[in-house]
Design a protein around this ligand. Structure first.
Ligand code: DGY
Length: 326
């Protein structure tokens, strides 16, 4: 707020929680800039009332809450907060992987319930990670940061990127990608990216190969319900699904069914399809770890995200192209 006050007058919509739609629309009418959260829906209607607006600075790397096309039509910058949250989100992804495979939450509840009456050879057995395969869907900065950590746990890494996802049902895809000069590796060849050896696969190969499948894609038309009943049915029954990306990337109803039918072994979720609602059956499942969308929630990272959003807003209001324009 101090930094912003150096260049403009600022109004705080709400100190905590979501801004009501009414207040958002009213506030936007005479605003030159907006700093908003992923819970604020900045859709075509909101953009239409904001006749003076020059920037929408989202305090998140994901920006599926903003109608970017509508903003661009009006010449309004849209910015996000990449990079500063990569390591925190990758760490939380691993917290979920370890928690769900080693039953950490269940074990904690066990002790708190006074059930720990003595060491037992086969008490709360989990699944090991060493020698297993981590499947990373979406190989951007966060996906790669998650993959880098896998070597420390003795896992090999397979991944698929944006095109492998977008063309997942296109039989021509492999041939097409092989013939293209891409920044990533050809399909099915292990290659070093950022010093990490990882094997690129088609989406369909990857879901059948991964022991732990972790999602790092933005929410878009091509990724909504990317993980659906057909995909879940093709995963290994011993596999765990981890989602720290966006809830609607997973068809949550299909996930519940897959878990009930033991098509997969468990899940670690930080995000939900109808956030903040969580499908009731998930709450009862011991093989599921549930977090309240805290992927980037460290003091350091959230401070850095806030400051970056502020600098983006200042860029635009000072007549410069913002540093994180999407
Ligand atoms: C993001 O940045 O998109 C996260 O979901 C919140 O940090």
């Amino acid at each position: 707020m101090e930094r912003l006050a150096q260049i403009c007058d600022c109004r705080i919509g709400t100190a905590r929680g979501e801004l009501s739609r009414e207040s958002l629309l009213a506030g936007l009418q005479d605003a030159d800039g907006l700093i908003c959260m992923l819970t604020d829906q900045i859709d075509r209607e909101a953009i239409a009332v904001a006749t003076k607006l020059r920037i929408i600075a989202n305090v998140a790397v994901g920006f599926n809450n903003i109608d970017v096309a509508a903003a661009q039509q009006r010449g309004i910058y849209v910015t996000n907060t990449p990079d500063v949250l990569t390591e925190a989100t990758a760490n939380l992804t691993w917290a979920l992987i370890l928690a769900v495979t080693r039953r950490v939450v269940e074990a904690d509840a066990f002790v708190r319930a006074g059930k720990f009456t003595g060491w037992e050879f086969d008490l709360l057995l989990g699944s090991g990670l060493s020698g297993k395969t981590l499947g990373v869907i979406g190989y951007g900065k966060i996906g790669r940061a998650v993959a880098r950590r896998a070597t420390g746990f003795g896992m090999s890494v397979v991944y698929c990127g944006r095109d492998d996802i977008a063309y997942r049902d296109d039989p021509q895809h492999n041939a097409l990608m092989m013939s293209r000069q891409t920044a990533t590796a050809p399909l099915n060849q292990s290659a070093r990216i950022d010093g990490l050896a990882a094997r690129r696969m088609t989406f369909n190969q990857l879901i059948e190969t991964a022991d732990v499948l972790t999602l790092h894609v933005p929410l878009a038309a091509t990724t909504r319900h990317l993980i659906n009943s057909a995909v879940l049915a093709r995963m290994k029954p011993s596999a765990h699904l981890i989602n720290t990306a966006r809830g609607p990337v997973v068809d949550e109803t299909a996930l519940v069914t897959a878990l009930q039918q033991k098509q997969i072994a468990g899940a670690g979720l930080d995000v939900y399809e109808h956030e903040p609602l969580v499908s009731a059956p998930l709450i009862e499942m011991p093989n599921v770890v549930l977090l309240p969308h805290i992927g980037s929630a460290t003091r350091e990272t959230r401070t850095a995200m806030a400051m970056l959003a502020v600098e983006n807003a200042i860029d635009a209001l000072s007549g410069r192209t913002p540093r994180n324009t999407v």
